[in-house]
Write a protein of this length. Sequence first.
Length: 224
Amino acid sequence: MERRKTEYENLLWDLDGTLTDPAVGITTAAQLALRRCGIEVGERRELFKFIGPPLMDSFRDFYGFTDGEAERACGYFREYYNVRGLFENEMYEGIDTLLDRLSAAGYGLYVATSKPEPIARQVLEHFDLARRFRFIGADTTEHLRPTKADVIEYVLERCGLADKRARTVMIGDRKHDVIGARTAGIDSIGVLYGYGSEEEMRECGATMTVRDIPSLGRLLLGGE
């Protein structure tokens, strides 16, 4: 039986860009929302930046929307995404097997995502991933946990991990995961198979990085 290789006991997982690749659904929803706001974006890759950050932040930071404009754009986004876009998604190959191995080795697995909880749960259940986690931590439908740090802190408190921060690590692909982890006082593993770059991970101070899912397995479980 495999055993934990690290000092960590608890693994918090981002969803988009870490467990699944949501590119088609998110970029289509963003493209439609921006079009209704009078902005035409023809190149889908330009909208990859929407994968990971809280949605309100994306409209404000990338397009200079006011809070009211961003709120309206989020509504347009969700009209498509919450019905069709969330299923225009693909699980990263091997992630389900890795989760099973990690659980068997004694790691506690938790989700920490900025998606609203009902949507996150739908995605995870669609890919038969929900049952592999002890808890699914997410934003609320009222968006009362607007930052990744808020979501992480919520998971730590709800799951009795607040006094186990030294043995808990956040796994994600964007700077928001790393910054949120640091704010919450836990380490982070930046995965480079998602939508963040090695430069992004370095600049935001990820505790460590891995290039792909097999590398993540070797980091946490050892082996060749």
